[in-house]
Every structure is written in structure tokens, then in C-alpha cells.
Design a protein around this ligand. Structure first.
Ligand SMILES: [Zn+2]
Length: 262
């Protein structure tokens, strides 16, 4: 997971149609809160607004075609993910769904990301645990600023301050709870992800060996030229746009030595 820098200005679809639709949800809730709280009434969310082409395009660009959670490349196939779930939520895995969820944030730019189907549909789903569930905003008249979500919000904070990597394995830095919950609930150490990260780090490790060899053989001109090319490649492997950039950054900072400890 890396920090995502979305443009400050929301796509127009959200600030026009989205704003209007949000108002209609809020008005409907105010007329009969208990019907929504018991799930007898459901909001008719408009995916044609929150997942509009213009919204998806802006997210694809800001996220460099990667999933906001696992950094898999998803291209144009990602799902628009609501960081705070729109319809129903769970505080923890195995707990019953609670209604309504954050219906008033269904079209809010800050609440939208693009994620892969593994993270969105298989793992996160309706989960939205808070450090103190008693501070949860349960309708549009309450404030979300009192909440401390246990998931790291990559648009507001830097996930690399919470989640580090020992070689291909994610870990919570200093055992912090938010990092650990994010790793566990989103299954960021799934076999498949670990294997994909391992392949990338193996490639980088081999390139790094050539760099080390170039330093040890300063008079070998061919090796020096090759090293220059490799430096450019390594640099691009650490960019926000690179696959598994967070893991690559940790491996390079640790000079690939962490992997020997596992
Ligand atoms: Zn993902």
C-alpha cells in the first residue's frame, strides 16, 4: 500500500448528480430513520454516478492503474470501492451487518478508490472497523471526524508509516494495530500476493548484484555502462506507478538483507 494523491477537485459527475442523489438519500432517511435502520427500506444507490467513467478514469490515473490496497495492477478492470461502506457495515469479521452505513458518502470523492476484486469483493466487503465503535457516525447528521478507522486511508495518510515489508511479507511497523488490522482483514499476506512480490524482489535482487559487482570493479567499462542502465530501472521500480512499490522500497532500503532473515 502506498499513499494515493487524488486531485483535490472531484469529477463533475459527483459534484452535480452525486450531490443531488446524496440529498435525496438524506431526505429519505430523515423521513423514516427506523425503516432504514431495520433495513426495511434500502437506498437506491446509483453506480452510474459513483462508478461513472469520468470517476473511474480519474481514479485509474491517480492510482497508476493499481489497486489501492494490494498494489496489484488492475488496469481498467478495478471496482470503485467505498472506503466507508455505503449500504451496510460490520465492525469485525463474523459480526452481523448493521444498517444503514455511510449512505451520505456514496458519491463523495474522498471516499472513493479503485480496488481489485480480491480486496473489494473477497476481503473488505462491508468491513469498516473503528478503534472506538461508539464514536461511529450512523447518519448524515453526525460527524465522521470523531472516528478513528482501523483501516489505513491511503488518500489521507501514508500507509508506509504503518505497514512495512520484510522481503515479500507485510508487517505492522512497531506492531501498530491499524497496520495489523489492515494486513489481516485485507489478506495482504495471501499466498498469491506473497508469491507475486517474491518474483518482483528476486528480479530486483539480481539487478542489485550487478550493481554491487560494478562498484567492486570500477575499471570494467562494460559493467559500468550496464550499471547505469540498471540504476534507471531500479529507480522506476520504486516509483508510485510500479508494481508492489512499497515492498520494493523496503527491500532496497534494507539492501535486500531482510530476506536472509526469513
Ligand atoms: Zn487489491
Amino acid at each position: 500500500m502506498i499513499r494515493i494523491h487524488k486531485p483535490k477537485t472531484a469529477p463533475k459527475k459527483l459534484t452535480t448528480d452525486g450531490k443531488q442523489k446524496c440529498k435525496s438519500h438524506c431526505d429519505a432517511y430523515s423521513l423514516n430513520p427506523s425503516a432504514y435502520e431495520t433495513n426495511q427500506e434500502k437506498f437506491n444507490f446509483a453506480s452510474s454516478i459513483y462508478a461513472h467513467e469520468s470517476v473511474k478514469e480519474a481514479l485509474i490515473k491517480a492510482q497508476h492503474q493499481k489497486c489501492c490496497f494490494c498494489e496489484r495492477i488492475i488496469g481498467k478492470n478495478g471496482d470503485v470501492e467505498h472506503f466507508r461502506p455505503k449500504g451496510a457495515y460490520r465492525q469485525a469479521q463474523g459480526e452481523p451487518l448493521k444498517y444503514p452505513a455511510y449512505y451520505w458518502l456514496a458519491y463523495q470523492w474522498e471516499n472513493l478508490y479503485l480496488s481489485c476484486s480480491y480486496c473489494n469483493s473477497r476481503h473488505k466487503k462491508n468491513l469498516f472497523p473503528l478503534q472506538d465503535p461508539n464514536k461511529r457516525a450512523t447518519n448524515h447528521n453526525q460527524r465522521i471526524t470523531k472516528e478513528i478507522p482501523l483501516f489505513i486511508d491511503c488518500g489521507k495518510e501514508n500507509p508506509e508509516e504503518f505497514i512495512g515489508f520484510r522481503a515479500e511479507y507485510a508487517y505492522a511497523i512497531d506492531g501498530n494495530k491499524r497496520g495489523q488490522i489492515t494486513i489481516d482483514y485485507l489478506d495482504l499476506n495471501s499466498e498469491d500476493l506473497v508469491e507475486s512480490r517474491r518474483q518482483k524482489l528476486n528480479d530486483l535482487r539480481e539487478l542489485n548484484k550487478i550493481l554491487v559487482s560494478a562498484i567492486e570493479n570500477p575499471h570494467n567499462q562494460k559493467l559500468q555502462e550496464l550499471a547505469d542502465e540498471i540504476k534507471v530501472h531500479l529507480e522506476s521500480s520504486l516509483a508510485d506507478s510500479a508494481l508492489f512499490a512499497a515492498a520494493a522500497r523496503c527491500a532496497i532500503n534494507a539492501k535486500f538483507q531482510e530476506s536472509d532473515l526469513i
